[in-house]
Design a protein around this ligand. Structure first.
Ligand code: FAD
Length: 467
């Protein structure tokens, strides 16, 4: 490092409340670490920000030194958007405060908080808002791309519950975005990803949830898999908003609730979560049992917090991952056949695919009311390859791609959930939003980030003004 650069790093350290880490500093390796163990990148500088002013100082430093910026919320993005080699990582881990206003049913949560932080603080008041299904995911990235979760059928996407946000823009301004304040920015933040600035605080609407909820996982062998998924599809469509039904292909884990003879057997599952009166949940579970015999099941009440953590271990920090996702207008019998035919093709017991119906409260908000990158109907299929070694991950990559390709003829296009892209895929980003929404986003991008400073994301290129 030159003397000037060293002096500038010292100045940044003085300007920030949080710490500034260089590769030789203690804590650097921890801070550059992201969830996907297949990603091993080395930023030149990591700014561990603890305030909006810290973020503004870090952006200013990076821009003056020509450093590519990556923004790390929970570090879960599967292609490693939040860490690059040789650039500046803006690490938001220190911005994880959660303040609940139970009377107003609102929560303010720091831009670097984990879903677990959000769930713990809100459940202390019997409240919750839609968050993802793995509690060590970041609120930041999940929300800005949309945010599916167990509560989505009842309360919509995470973005549908967003009331306001504090944002640091590319030129270092600290702005508030909400329906009355900077509505264009507020619209873009709700689905447009990390393109428009660094969100240092989210404010969400809360709902009464739990503390006890009902959960059921019913597992079927492959001979009954397609039948079970077809039934799950019908039950999901008929269920009230209090019940969420998800479908999956997976390998039976060596868990205590799985009889030993079924450990590592590939199959299908119907997962049923109930947030209202227990009888509807019980009726749905009974209907499944009577219609298609499960190999085994795990059905019991649990706390909402336990539900939010039920998939944490399967998706443990440090596992290697390659994922793709695809939208289907219909979950036709043919599409189900394609999915079940691929169920036994994984090389590791961890890989799986999960199908979320996009109905119920997901449809309460108009398609153009937010920047959500997809339709508000149909299904999303997450295809997730997980492995412990690079060699095994190669095989899972092949499996993920092969299922994705096979589903393409049944899909509504090449677009997909922008939070689950496999890599930087400009064509798929455009396809996800569609031309009109992409253009609107590009015009807003030109206002708030005309130089595309924030581009390590599902990137929206700033519109070039005709003048
Ligand atoms: C195991 C696992 C389970 C998942 N489950 C779900 C699920 O149930 N529902 C769902 O909808 N998605 C789910 N996802 C996808 C998830 O939404 C994305 O991976 C998302 O990017 C994670 O956000 P993060 O903050 O943890 O990621 P990071 O890697 O830290 O960030 C990803 C990108 O988001 C942006 N970003 C993050 N925080 C901020 C911020 N505060 N301000 C501005 N930009 C920011 C940046 O562009 C950053 O590059 C899951 C992913 C994994 C790996």
């Amino acid at each position: 490092m030159t003397l000037t650069a060293a002096a500038e790093i010292d100045a940044l350290r003085v300007a920030m409340i949080g710490s500034v880490l260089l590769p030789t500093d203690q804590g650097y390796d921890d801070a550059r670490n992201v969830w996907n163990g297949d990603i091993d990148r080395h930023p030149a500088v990591i700014a561990r920000c603890e305030s909006a002013a810290d973020v503004a100082a870090a952006i200013d430093f990076a821009r003056r030194h020509g450093l590519e910026i990556s923004v790390r919320g929970g570090g879960h993005n599967a292609w490693g958007a939040s860490v690059g080699t040789g650039g500046m990582m803006i690490h938001l881990g220190g911005l994880n405060a959660v303040k609940v206003d139970p009377a107003a049913r609102r929560v303010r949560v720091g831009g670097g908080a984990m879903l677990a932080d959000l769930d713990a603080a809100t459940q202390a008041h019997g409240l919750a808002t839609t968050a993802g299904t793995v509690s060590h995911t970041g609120v930041g990235g999940l929300t800005l791309g949309g945010g599916f979760g167990w509560l989505g059928h009842r309360h919509g996407f995470a973005i549908d519950n967003l009331v306001s946000a504090e944002v640091v823009t590319a030129d270092g301004r600290i702005m508030r975005a909400s329906q009355p304040e900077n509505p264009d920015l507020f619209w873009a933040l709700r689905g447009g990803g990390g393109n428009f600035g660094v969100v240092t605080e989210f404010e969400f609407q809360l709902h009464e949830v739990g503390p006890l909820v009902d959960f059921g996982l019913l597992f079927f062998d492959l001979a009954h898999g397609a039948e079970a998924l077809r039934l799950g599809r019908e039950l999901a469509a008929a269920a009230s908003r209090d019940v969420t039904v998800l479908l999956a292909v997976l390998t039976a884990p060596p868990a205590p609730f799985v009889p030993e003879q079924y450990h590592f057997q590939p199959g299908c599952a119907v997962l049923v979560a109930g947030f209202g009166a227990s009888d509807e949940h019980a009726r749905i579970v009974a209907r499944i049992r009577e219609s298609v015999p499960p190999l085994f099941e795990s059905v019991s009440p649990m706390t909402y917090i336990e539900l939010q953590q039920i998939l944490d271990e399967t998706n443990a920090w440090g596992v290697r991952c390659y994922e793709k996702c695809i939208y289907l207008d219909e979950l036709s019998d043919d599409a189900i056949a394609v999915i079940t035919q691929h169920a036994s093709g994984t090389s590791t017991p961890m890989s799986h695919a999960v199908i979320f119906p996009i109905d119920g409260a997901y449809q309460d908000v108009g398609v153009d009311d937010t920047a959500w990158g997809g339709s508000r109907s149909g299904y999303v299929v997450f295809i997730i390859g997980l492995a412990t070694t690079p060699e095994l991950l190669d095989a899972e990559r092949t499996w993920v791609r092969s299922l994705w390709q096979a589903l393409l003829p049944h899909a509504s296009g090449i677009g997909g959930y922008v939070n689950s892209l496999a890599q930087r895929e400009d064509d798929r980003v455009r396809a996800s939003y569609g031309p009109a929404k992409y253009q609107r986003l590009a015009r807003i991008k030109a206002i708030y980030d005309s130089n595309n400073v924030f581009h390590r994301n599902a990137n929206i290129k700033p519109a070039v003004s005709a003048g």
